[in-house]
Design a protein around this ligand. Structure first.
Ligand code: NAD
Ligand code: TDX
Length: 335
């Protein structure tokens, strides 16, 4: 049995990871540490909460006492760090909490990993640490870091700290850098869920700038399968890019959503551009494919269509987010 601290497990990718992993493995004992910020939603984990190898603790990864207590109480030997402030627009409005959670929080976890001699520490990072591409080029693991937003800078700092802990203390750190995810349970501030929900509510779809910024999309389950692969077989001190070769300008995604829902393109509204908006991301995943045998399994058109259907059939899930009711779930379960 592996005692694994999974941080940020109530967020979009973390909750998909837990539901995916607990459905298939009983050799993982999962201890979730999540602060339940606006982005944390315990309702995402309803499918897993009754399992005996599921434990949930509400708390902050930058709370050293709590982190050390959990390592002792659950004899933690593995860490997968999903916890982060994750929204670029919010980091532009105010960066302090990004520094505290993403940089200091990761540092506190790394110090605990050192103190308690963990066997693997997986840092979930992002392609945004590499900065922005023009119309050509691709990010490999050797691309120099050039983060542009406060969010990306905080993630790059956490990566550097994790690699320094490997170099200095020999902590068995591995890092994944994935491109933009989509799928069920994504918080409706991000492009795809926001556009689906606005379409359903008859609201305008705000497209930044000229709509020609390009993102490289990966289905959340493909990302989580990569996390599992790197967690099990990744080599200490190594970084693995994760992507699905699905580059798309934002406007194309927005039009695809409107078309799938049978709505008019008149709902699109071009709005003021995001400050410092990265133009293009594109990720080369050759390393994880060749060295660890991972490859994406989901086709973009099908997985997008499934995602849109998920939001259609799970209206209650996102309506409780809009009303704020989702934040009561912790009290009803643990209060
Ligand atoms: P999210 O915002 O949906 O979820 C983040 C979770 O972390 C929430 O449950 C939140 O409550 C929790 N959290 C935040 N600060 C915390 C703290 N100080 N202590 C404990 N918990 C805290 O984010 P996401 O989209 O699921 O992203 C998860 C991770 O994957 C992040 O590290 C992000 O940088 C990375 N990532 C995201 C994407 C993407 O497209 N969404 C792509 C690549 C990498
Ligand atoms: O209303 C919008 N209109 C719009 O045009 C929003 C919310 C976004 N956009 C554009 C900005 C980006 O070019 O869509 C693109 C995607 O935006 P986000 O969903 O905010 O994602 P992005 O900024 O690309 O960052 C995401 O991918 C990498 C995640 O939020 C990060 O956590 C991850 O690291």
């Amino acid at each position: 049995m592996k005692n694994i601290l999974v941080t940020g497990g109530a967020g979009f990718i973390g909750s998909n990871f837990i539901n995916y992993i607990l459905a298939k493995r009983d050799d993982y004992n999962i201890v979730i540490l999540d602060k339940l910020t606006y982005a944390g939603n315990l309702e995402n984990l309803i499918a897993s909460e009754a399992k005996k190898n599921y434990h949930f603790i509400k708390g902050d990864i930058s709370n050293k006492e709590l982190v050390n207590y959990l390592f002792t109480k659950f004899d933690i030997k593995y860490v997968i760090n999903f916890a982060a402030e994750s929204h670029v627009d919010r980091s532009i409005l105010g960066s302090e909490v990004f520094f505290k959670s993403n940089v200091l929080g990761t540092n506190i976890l790394l110090e605990a990993a050192r103190k308690f001699s963990v066997k693997k520490f997986l840092q979930v990072s992002t392609d945004e640490v590499y900065g922005s591409l023009d119309s050509d080029g691709i990010f490999t693991e050797d691309t120099p870091l050039h983060p542009n937003s406060p969010y990306a800078a905080s993630k790059a700092s956490a990566d550097m700290m994790a690699l320094a802990f490997h170099h200095t203390y020999g902590i068995p750190v591995v890092i994944t850098r994935c491109s933009n995810n989509y799928g069920p349970y994504q918080f409706p501030e991000k492009l795809i869920p926001l556009m689906i929900i606005n379409s359903l509510k008859g609201k305008k779809l705000p497209v930044y700038g000229d709509g020609m910024n390009v993102r490289d999309w990966v289905y959340v389950i493909d990302h989580n399968a990569a996390v599992e692969t790197v967690f099990e077989n990744g080599k200490s001190g190594e970084v693995y890019n994760v992507g699905a070769n699905t580059e798309m300008p934002n406007i194309k995604i927005v039009k695809l959503i409107l078309s799938e829902l049978g709505k008019s393109e008149d709902m699109i509204e071009f709005v003021k551009d995001r400050l410092g908006h990265d133009r293009r991301y594109a990720i080369d995943s050759t390393k994880i494919e060749n060295e660890l045998g991972w490859s994406p399994k989901f086709n973009f058109e099908e997985a997008m269509s499934q995602t849109i259907k998920w939001f259609l059939t799970n209206k209650a899930w996102w309506e409780r987010i809009i009303t704020g009711e989702y934040q009561n779930y912790y009290e009803t379960q643990y209060g």
